[in-house]
Every structure is written in structure tokens, then in C-alpha cells.
Design a protein around this ligand. Structure first.
Ligand code: TRP
Length: 366
């Protein structure tokens, strides 16, 4: 039996984190110089509205990159929602809200070079999963640390096979458009590594002379992890510690008022010893561009009351235009639908081309 595609299973290189950071830095330098060399593919699961953690962690980065002129694809991974939860009732609404959030933060579908689509509507993308599945082993899928964590976090008693296979689906999300740059957080690096492995093995096996797929690079954002207002874990809607982009100004003030701080009146930026206060300072800094230390110095012995007042004001100010745009878009559901329809059309056109190329090199043309 021919097993060449999998013989290098043990050679999957998980390259060091530092090397990935360094590569990301080099790519960042090159992006403004050669924007058209890259095709960015990134995305989200439609599990609800987005919050300021998303804004500062990933959304602003996407807006910046798209504005540099880099062709940008954003996949809304609706099938992935089914891997770790039973409910599907809200998927359509969540997809809709995600697009509202994207556009209100400044991703502009009218500017061209931006394709926003739910992967459930792109059959040719999904079909790539079948050949890709033959290029990885069960053991490799079983070993994925992010999948393991998600199984734990969701407390799953029975794990559906989709959970083990979704990283292969993610490879199809990235490779269907030959995406070569994937802005992601650290938790997604194992999936990127698998995508690179699949691209490499596909080329080795089926496309020796002229490779079909690029080996996509992860692009790690410089944004630090943003904690929730409880200061103890990542900001997340389900942990009830998030400021939603869609919240009102009054809701924002009330949430920040309840944020956890500590007893020391003198405000200092010290993420190790004072995570709660430092996280609030970081949020001010992200909203104003001022260094966290400078914000702390400005507050001095004003205590957490002053810190919270400043954060409420600066965050509301930063979010004001986003929220105004959001309200306009909420009143224009047909526009959101048209963005999705155009995105699906463009994604399908690319996916059809890639799938026919894949059929050709696999000797499956008729
Ligand atoms: N797994 C990603 C998450 O949970 C979402 C996702 C799906 C994605 N397909 C992708 C991210 C492709 C980047 C590229 O956040």
C-alpha cells in the first residue's frame, strides 16, 4: 500500500512560539510594502455579538490590514458551532450580528477586496475536506491541544466526530482561497500547523511539479490578551465579564462600576501583582493610545473610582462612532443580507476554481 502522504507524520514541526512571533514581525514589515503578495483569511464562530476584547484583540487588526490593500477573506464558521454545543436556533441571528459588528468597526465591503461569507454556503470549500481527511492521521487529530481544551471547557460527555475533524475543516476554510496569511490568536496555532501540514502533504502527493496550495503563515497580533472586568479570565460574553460593542453608554458605565479592583488607592500598572487594575488601565490605553503607565501616573492616588470614571468616559468615546454605525446597520437588514450574498458569490467563484484544480491533479476529471 502506498502511504507516502502520511510517512512524515512524526515530522510535523511545531516550530517554537518565538519563531512564530519573529516571522509575524517580518511579515508585518512587508505588509504595507507588498500588500498584494498576501491573501488574508481569518474568521470567527457565530456564537453571539462581539465585545471590546474582540475589538482590540482582532477586529482593529483586520481593519488595518484590509486598509493596507491586502485582499481579505473572513469566514463565518457556522458549522463549527455544532462541534461543542447543541443549540443551533440562534445561528442565523448570530451570523447577522457578526456582520453588523464587522462593518461597524470599519471593515468596508464597498472598498473591494473583502469577502465575508458563512462556510455553510460554499459547497466547493466543504468538499475539500474529503481529500484533506486522507492526509492526516487519527492520532494527529487526537493530539490537538486546542481541541482538547475545548472539550474540557465545554464539559462534553459525548464528543461528536465533528469536534475532532473541525481543524481539517478549518484547513479547507483557509486553503480554498489559497490564503497565505492567517491573523489569529495563540490558541489557533495548532490548527494553523495542521493546515500547513495538509497543504504540504497535498502538494507532495498530488502536485509535485507545481504546488496547488501555499503553506499559510499565522500572523500573531501584538495586542495583549484582554481580561474581563472581573480581571481573572479572558473577556467573554459567556463569562459575563464583557463590554459588548452593542451595549449602551449607560450599560457600559454600570458594568465598569462593578469591575473588580483592589484596595490600594494609588493606581499603578503592574499586570503581575495587580491584574484587575492593570487590565482597566490597559483598556484606557487601547481606547486613547496613551501608555498604561502614563494613565496610572495621571490617576495617582485618585483610587479605583477615578480609574473607572476615566475608563467609562474614554471607552464610551472610542465606541461612540462604532455604536452609531451599528444602530444604522441594525436598521438595514437587507444591506447585511446583500453583503453576505456577495461574499458567498465571490467565495464560491474562488472555491470552484480551486476544486477543479484539485480534481485535475488528483486524476478525478471526467
Ligand atoms: N476556529 C476559529 C475560532 O474558534 C474560527 C475559524 C474557523 C477560523 N475557520 C477559521 C479562524 C479559519 C481562522 C481561519 O475562533
Amino acid at each position: 500500500m502506498e502511504t507516502t502522504a502520511l510517512e512524515n507524520e512524526d515530522k510535523v514541526e511545531y516550530g517554537t512560539f518565538e519563531a512564530t512571533v519573529e516571522r509575524s514581525r517580518k511579515i508585518e514589515e512587508d505588509l504595507p510594502v507588498n500588500p498584494k503578495k498576501y491573501r488574508v483569511l481569518t474568521g470567527d464562530r457565530p456564537t453571539g455579538k462581539l465585545h471590546v476584547g474582540h475589538l482590540f484583540g482582532s477586529l482593529q487588526n483586520r481593519v488595518r490590514i484590509h486598509k493596507l490593500g491586502v485582499p481579505t477573506y473572513i469566514v463565518i464558521a457556522d458549522y463549527q458551532v455544532l462541534t461543542d454545543r447543541d443549540t443551533f436556533e440562534n445561528i442565523a441571528e448570530n451570523v447577522h450580528q457578526l456582520v453588523v459588528d464587522y462593518i461597524s468597526v470599519g471593515l468596508d465591503p464597498e472598498a473591494g477586496n473583502l469577502v465575508i461569507f458563512p462556510h455553510s454556503h460554499v459547497p466547493e470549500l466543504n468538499q475539500l475536506i474529503l481529500p484533506f481527511l486522507t492526509l492526516v492521521t487519527n492520532a494527529e487529530l487526537d493530539r490537538n491541544p486546542t481541541v482538547k481544551e475545548e472539550i474540557q471547557a465545554a464539559g462534553l460527555k459525548r464528543i461528536n466526530a465533528g469536534m475532532y475533524v473541525y481543524p481539517v475543516h478549518q484547513a479547507a476554510d483557509i486553503l480554498f482561497c489559497k490564503g497565505n496569511l492567517v491573523p489569529v490568536g495563540k490558541d489557533q496555532l495548532p490548527h494553523l500547523e495542521l493546515t500547513r501540514t495538509i497543504a504540504r502533504r497535498f502538494n507532495d502527493r498530488f502536485a509535485k511539479k507545481r504546488s496547488v496550495f501555499p503553506e499559510p503563515q499565522p500572523l500573531l497580533s501584538k495586542a495583549p490578551v484582554i481580561l474581563g472586568l472581573d480581571g481573572s479570565q479572558k473577556m467573554s460574553k459567556s463569562r459575563n465579564n464583557a463590554v459588548m460593542l452593542s451595549a449602551t453608554e449607560d450599560e457600559t458605565v454600570a458594568l465598569i462600576k462593578k469591575a473588580k479592583t483592589d484596595a490600594d488607592r494609588v493606581i499603578t500598572f503592574d499586570p503581575e501583582k495587580r491584574p484587575e487594575v492593570s487590565n482597566l488601565l490597559l483598556l484606557v490605553s487601547l481606547a486613547t493610545g496613551e501608555e498604561p503607565d502614563a494613565v496610572a501616573a495621571r490617576i495617582g492616588d485618585g483610587g479605583s473610582g477615578k480609574l473607572k470614571a476615566i475608563l467609562s468616559e474614554t471607552l464610551n468615546e472610542h465606541l461612540r462612532p462604532i455604536r452609531a454605525r451599528r444602530r444604522e446597520l441594525e436598521a438595514a437588514p437587507d444591506y447585511i443580507k446583500s453583503v453576505l450574498r456577495n461574499g458567498i458569490r465571490d467565495a464560491r467563484a474562488v472555491a470552484e476554481q480551486t476544486l477543479s484544480e484539485v480534481r485535475r491533479v488528483m486524476n478525478m476529471e471526467v
